[in-house]
Write a protein that binds this ligand. Structure first.
Ligand SMILES: Cc1cc2nc3c(=O)[nH]c(=O)nc-3n(C[C@H](O)[C@H](O)[C@H](O)COP(=O)(O)OP(=O)(O)OC[C@H]3O[C@@H](n4cnc5c(N)ncnc54)[C@H](O)[C@@H]3O)c2cc1C
Ligand SMILES: NC(=O)c1ccc[n+]([C@@H]2O[C@H](COP(=O)([O-])OP(=O)(O)OC[C@H]3O[C@@H](n4cnc5c(N)ncnc54)[C@H](OP(=O)(O)O)[C@@H]3O)[C@@H](O)[C@H]2O)c1
Length: 393
C-alpha cells in the first residue's frame, strides 16, 4: 500500500471567480502551510477584467478553426524571467465590453458567504425593473476582489505570472503538494472554417470578429452585420445592435439549426429587427451564402459568437492523464500515471451557470485536499477526483 503525500503546500492557478472561492475555502480550513496563487493577468477578476483596447485583427483563421491557436509557449531557460506580451489568443484581452451585464440572477451566482453587492446600473433598472437581479461587470470584478481582499488573501497572489507547465521533480511537485487549476474556459475564440471567410477578412481587415473582440456597438453604426451562433454571446450582440438601431436593420443572425443556450433558448432572436437564417454555405466577395440557397449581400462585418476552445497547456508532454472539462468530473485516463500519483487535481471549469457550480467546485477541491492534509502519516489509498465521483473512470 502506498503512503500518501501529506498536502501542506497548495498552488492555485488563476484568480478569477473560481480561484477566489477556492482560496477562500482553502484558507478557512487552516490545514495548509502555504497557499499561493499564480495569475497571468495584472489583477484579480479573471474574465471580468475590463480591457478597453481593441484586440488585434485576426491574422490566422485556420488555427482558430482547427483549435490549435494555443500551443504551449517555450519556457525561458533561466527562471524567473520576464517575457514580452505574447499574441496567442489566450493572452489577448478579456471579452468584456463597456456595458456588459451578468445574464444570470445574482442569487444563483453568489457564494453563500459573500453576497453580490446591490449596485444596479441605470440600464438594468430601466430594462428589468428596480429589483433587477443582473449586475454590471465592474460589480462582478469587485466581487471577486473582495472575496480575496477582505481577509488579506491578496498577498497569496503573484500577478503577471504564467504557469506554463506543472511537473514532478523527483518525488515531489516542486514546490507544492497539490495544484488547483482554475484557469477559466473562455479565452481562445473558436471560429469555424468557412469557404471565402479569409478573403472576406483580407479585403477589409477587421471585418471578421469574434464575440471576444466586441468592444461595443459604435463600430457597427449603419453597418450590415451578420452574427453567427445561437447562444448567449451571439444573442447579446444581436439584441444590442438591433434594439439600439445601431446597425443596418435587420441584423442578420445565423441561428437556425444550431444549439441555443439551455437556459435562455432562442427567445432573444425573436424580434422583428433580427432576421434569423440557417447556416452559411460559403462567402463570395461581400456576400454570405446560406445553405437554404438564400444570401445576404454587401455584408460589412461578420461577428462570430461561436464559442471558445478550451485549452490547458499544463500537463507535461507525454502524460497519460487527460483532464477534461466535463462538469466537475476530471477523468483519469490512467490512474497509475505519474501525474495521478502526485496530488495534482485538474479541474476544468467551463460552466454556463458558472458561479453556482464554482462554489461547489471550490469546496470540493478543498474537501479533497483537506482529507489529504489530515491523512498525514496514515497509509491510505490516494483520493482522486475519480474516487470521489464513482461515475468517473
Ligand atoms: C463575456 C462573458 C460573460 C459571462 N457572464 C456570466 C454570467 O453573467 N454569469 C455566469 O454565471 N457566468 C458567466 N460567464 C461564465 C464565466 O466564465 C464564469 O461565470 C466565471 O466567471 C468563470 O470564472 P473562472 O474563475 O472559472 O475563470 P476566469 O474568470 O476565466 O479566470 C481564470 C483566471 O485564470 C488565469 N489563468 C489562466 N491560465 C493561467 C496560467 N496558465 N497561469 C496563470 N494564470 C492563468 C486567467 O488569467 C484568469 O484570470 C461569462 C463568460 C463570458 C465569457
Ligand atoms: N451577458 C453575459 O453574461 C454573457 C455574455 C456572453 C457570454 N456569456 C457566457 O459565456 C459563455 C460562452 O457563451 P457563447 O455564446 O460565447 O458560446 P457557446 O455557448 O459555446 O455557444 C456557441 C454557439 O455557436 C454555435 N456554433 C458553433 N459553430 C457554429 C457554426 N459553424 N455555425 C453556426 N453556429 C455555430 C453553437 O451552436 P452549435 O453547437 O449547434 O453549432 C452555439 O449556438 C456562456 O457561459 C455564456 O453564458 C455570458
Amino acid at each position: 500500500m502506498s503512503v500518501p503525500i501529506p498536502i501542506k503546500r497548495v498552488a492555485v492557478i488563476g484568480a478569477g471567480l473560481a480561484g477566489a472561492i477556492a482560496v477562500d475555502a482553502l484558507a478557512q480550513e487552516n490545514t495548509f502551510d502555504l497557499i499561493r496563487v499564480f495569475e497571468r493577468r495584472e489583477g484579480l477578476g479573471g474574465c471580468r477584467i475590463g480591457d478597453t483596447s481593441r484586440p488585434p485583427t485576426i491574422s490566422d483563421l485556420s488555427i482558430l478553426a482547427n483549435r490549435t491557436a494555443d500551443p504551449p509557449i517555450p519556457i525561458p531557460e533561466n527562471l524567473p524571467a520576464q517575457t514580452p506580451k505574447l499574441d496567442q489568443p489566450r493572452f489577448a484581452e478579456s471579452s468584456v465590453y463597456p456595458y456588459l451585464e451578468t445574464n444570470v440572477d445574482n442569487t444563483a451566482m453568489e457564494f453563500t458567504q459573500e453576497s453580490i453587492p446591490e449596485e444596479r446600473s441605470e440600464w438594468s433598472i430601466a430594462t428589468h425593473g428596480p429589483n433587477t437581479p443582473f449586475r454590471h461587470w465592474k460589480v462582478m470584478r469587485q466581487y471577486v476582489s473582495s472575496l480575496l481582499e477582505r481577509n488579506g488573501y491578496q498577498d497569496f497572489v503573484s500577478y503577471n505570472t504564467i504557469v506554463e507547465r506543472v511537473e514532478k521533480v523527483g518525488a515531489e511537485w516542486k514546490w507544492f503538494d497539490a495544484v488547483v487549476v482554475v484557469s477559466g474556459y473562455y479565452w481562445v475564440p473558436y471560429i469555424p472554417a468557412i469557404e471565402g471567410l479569409e478573403q472576406f477578412e483580407k479585403s477589409r481587415p477587421g471585418s471578421v470578429l469574434h464575440s471576444k473582440h466586441f468592444r461595443g456597438r459604435d463600430l457597427f453604426r449603419g453597418k450590415r452585420v451578420v452574427i453567427v451562433g445561437a447562444s448567449v454571446s451571439a444573442a447579446d450582440i444581436a439584441v444590442d445592435l438591433a434594439s439600439t438601431k445601431t446597425a443596418d436593420l435587420p441584423v442578420h443572425a445565423i441561428v437556425k439549426g444550431h444549439n441555443t443556450n439551455v437556459y435562455f433558448g432562442d427567445i432573444a432572436f425573436q424580434q422583428t429587427q433580427i432576421k434569423t437564417h440557417p447556416s452559411n454555405s460559403h462567402i463570395a466577395g461581400r456576400t454570405v451564402h446560406l445553405i437554404d440557397g438564400n444570401s445576404i449581400p454587401e455584408v460589412d462585418h461578420i461577428i462570430f459568437g461561436t464559442g471558445y476552445s478550451w485549452t490547458l497547456p499544463l500537463p507535461p508532454p507525454g502524460s497519460q492523464r487527460a483532464i477534461l472539462a466535463a462538469g466537475l468530473i476530471a477523468r483519469q485516463s490512467q490512474p497509475s500515471s505519474s501525474l495521478s500519483k502526485g496530488a495534482t487535481i485538474g479541474l476544468g471549469v467551463g460552466l454556463t451557470v458558472g458561479a453556482l457550480l464554482l462554489i461547489f467546485g471550490g469546496c470540493f477541491i478543498t474537501e479533497c485536499l483537506r482529507r489529504k492534509g489530515k491523512m498525514k502519516g496514515e497509509p491510505q489509498p490516494y483520493l482522486s477526483v475519480g474516487d470521489a465521483y464513482p461515475g468517473a473512470s
